[in-house]
Design a protein. Sequence first.
Length: 228
Amino acid sequence: MAVIHKTTLSPTKMELLAPWLPTQPWYVRTEREPELTRVGGFRLDDPQGEVGIEFMVVTDASGDRPVSYHVPVTYRGAPLDGAEQALIGTPEHGVLGQRWVYDGTHDPVLVSQLLAFFQGRAEAQAQSVSNTPDPTVARHFSGAGLSGVAGPSAVASGSYGTDVAVGSTEGGDPAGPWTIRVSRLLRPGQQVPEPGATKARGHVAAGWRGPDGEEHRGVFAVLYDAAP
């Protein structure tokens, strides 16, 4: 399981996200600079122990009302080839040295582990405590399992969120495609798509804190058989 180091990160996570968020198509524009607070999230482990995987929730209080965003990120010790457009920043970690922080929807390690979590082959971990499962993160999956996943093969963002296309190469023949729709604007009590009619195969739901400390839950990601 991943070790969470109690040390510094310079710039901080919120300082990294403040200039990056307004460049995203799903960001709700305001007349001020983002005022960000981390309000929830969870982690997944990289089986190789090389890549940090975090599903972070941040609230922006710069507008007329607070907006909460879901920001999956990965932390790497070296650049990820071909992912220059997904780089959020290169902070200095107090223990690990320079880190390359990416929008995790473009990182094959995060995508692979998210699919594993959908299917119950990975366990959600507490965001800020080492070696501690987070049982509050719920997942659902139906149908045959997915293995040998190659991807992400394509990533597209819009006001709805981010779609990550993946496929399988098990047995030498490509299968799929499947699409992971990653929620970006979190909505408390968001309805999960019904299986079948929308080709939804599974979903991940988790919680975060509202501005007044109230607890909310919503859908973080939905897995579809094809493009939704």
